[in-house]
Design a protein around this ligand. Structure first.
Ligand SMILES: *[C@@H]1O[C@H](CO)[C@@H](O)[C@H](O)[C@H]1NC(C)=O
Ligand SMILES: *[C@@H]1O[C@H](CO)[C@@H](O)[C@H](O)[C@H]1NC(C)=O
Length: 243
C-alpha cells in the first residue's frame, strides 16, 4: 500500500480548518436551552434559560416564547427592539419579561414571576429570524407545591404515645417519615395514608413512641423531584407518657 504524502495531509488539514472557519458565520448561531428541566415551587419566580451560541447580539432579533399545550399559548413575544404582547395568553399577563441587559449577549432567557402549578409544561424558545438549522429549543418546567407538616398528640397506647403527622398541599406526591431526636427513622403505625384534593396531595401518618431522653420527635416530609423537605418537631411532655 502506498503511503499518503505528508504534504497532502497538511493541505487537507489546512483546507478543513479554513472550511470550518468560513462556516462559523452567523448562519451557525444556535439556540441552546438548559441541560435539565427547570424546577420551581408555586409562588417562586423562575428563569427559563435560552441563549444564542456563539453569543451574538439578539436585540434586533425576534424572540418567541410559547408554551406547547394542546394549542400553543403565546407566553412572550419580543420583536423590533421591544416586547409585543398584544396576543399574550391571559394567564401570563404581567408575569413575563426578558433580561434587557442580557439580550446583547445573546441571552434570551425568560423570567416568569409567581409561578403556578398550571404553568408546568414545555416551553419553546424560538428565534425565527436566525438563518441556521437550530432556531429553537424547548425547556421543561416542573412546578411543585410544599407545605409544613402539622403534628398532634392522638392519645396513649400501652406505655406509648400515639402521634399524628399531617401535611396537605403537596405536588408531586411526597414521602413522610417519623424520626427520633437522633435522626433515626422510627417504625410508623403502618404506611402513610394519602389522598388527592384538587390536584394536590395530602399525607398522614401515625407513630407510637416510647419515652426517650428528650421526648422530641420529628415528622419529615420530602419530595425528591422538586428537592424540597419540610420538618416539624414536637416535644411530648413526660407526663403524657404516664397517662
Ligand atoms: C441569562 O441571564 C440571566 C439573568 O441575568 C442569568 O441568570 C443567566 O445565567 C444568563 N444566562 C446565560 C447563558 O448567560
Ligand atoms: C425539643 O423540642 C423543643 C420544641 O420543639 C425544642 O425547643 C428543643 O430544643 C428540643 N430539644 C432537643 C434536645 O432537641
Amino acid at each position: 500500500m502506498k503511503t499518503f504524502p505528508t504534504s497532502a495531509v497538511w493541505c487537507l488539514g489546512i483546507l478543513f480548518i479554513s472550511v470550518s472557519l468560513i462556516t462559523t458565520g452567523s448562519s451557525e448561531v444556535q439556540v441552546v436551552g438548559p441541560a435539565d428541566r427547570v424546577v420551581a415551587v408555586a409562588g417562586d419566580d423562575v428563569i427559563l434559560p435560552c441563549s444564542l451560541k456563539p453569543s451574538v447580539n439578539a436585540e434586533d432579533m425576534t424572540v418567541e416564547w410559547t408554551r406547547l399545550s394542546l394549542k400553543a399559548e403565546n407566553v412572550h413575544l419580543y420583536r423590533q427592539d421591544r416586547d409585543s404582547n398584544e396576543d399574550q395568553f391571559p394567564s401570563y399577563k404581567g408575569r413575563t419579561s426578558l433580561f434587557n441587559e442580557e439580550l446583547k449577549k445573546g441571552n434570551v432567557s425568560l423570567k416568569l414571576t409567581r409561578v403556578t402549578l398550571s404553568d408546568a409544561g414545555s416551553y419553546r424558545c424560538f428565534i425565527p429570524t436566525l438563518t441556521s438549522q437550530v432556531k429553537e429549543t424547548t425547556v421543561q418546567l416542573l412546578v411543585g407545591a410544599v407545605s409544613q407538616p402539622v403534628i398532634s398528640i392522638v392519645g396513649t397506647k400501652g406505655w406509648g404515645v400515639v402521634l399524628k403527622c399531617e401535611s396537605g398541599g403537596w405536588f408531586p406526591e411526597p414521602e413522610m417519615e417519623w424520626l427520633d431526636s437522633s435522626r433515626t427513622i422510627l417504625p410508623a403505625d403502618g404506611p402513610p395514608e394519602r389522598h388527592r384534593d384538587s390536584g394536590l396531595y395530602a399525607v398522614r401518618r401515625h407513630v407510637t413512641v416510647d419515652q426517650t431522653d428528650t421526648n422530641n420527635f420529628t415528622c419529615r416530609v420530602h419530595q425528591l423531584e422538586i428537592n424540597h423537605l419540610k420538618e416539624t418537631e414536637i416535644h411530648v411532655p413526660g407526663e403524657v407518657f404516664i397517662g
